[in-house]
Design a protein around this ligand. Sequence first.
Ligand code: GAR
Length: 209
Amino acid sequence: MRVAVLVSGRGTNLQALLDAEARGELAPAEIVCVVSNRPGAAALERARAAGKPAITIDHKAFADRAGFEDALLEALAGHGADAVVLAGFMRVLTPRFVDAYPSRIVNTHPALSPAFPGTDAAGQALRHGVKLTGVTVHFVDAGVDTGPIIAQRAVPVLPGDDAATLQHRIQAEEHRLLPRVVRALAAGRITCEGRRVDVATTDHADELL
Ligand code: GAR
């Protein structure tokens, strides 16, 4: 499975994917390009350092979403991508883009969906006063962090947490989970019917992912 990773920011999830690939833990998935909608995103430097094509497609350079997504689709096709991972990519995708990769676009979100979609999920969790939050890796639909859920991990909210410390602890979990989901997807172990996602286990793992 040839994976394009879309990013907007720091790229720590991209780094987790690159590191997993370097350890041989992402196969049969292969990262074929990294695309940022933000010029100068730190994630692009991580991609270059790993020898991956690092592409900027600035959404602000386009009059509308359709134009931006046309450029995105063209870049992905140019690298032969057949799956897409959103790793801190902070743009909503239209149905036209989503339909181009059916059950082949995954996103990681730092909350237990359907709670706290959108930006600043850790801050939202703190303000709401939940005792448990976490990370959700899900298929992407045209909503904001709403698609069918593939895997979740819980993270406790600790006394004294601020948004930064909580986000840091959530990220440690998502850095473990996202590469496992990508590997399972590439291995054909993930099936989706409506909102229900099934992850088949491997012979030797007691965990699903
Ligand atoms: C990640 O925590 C990701 O879950 C979140 O952005 C962060 C990007 O960090 N995504 C969302 O909030 C999507 N709604 P990174 O650039 O260091 O990977």
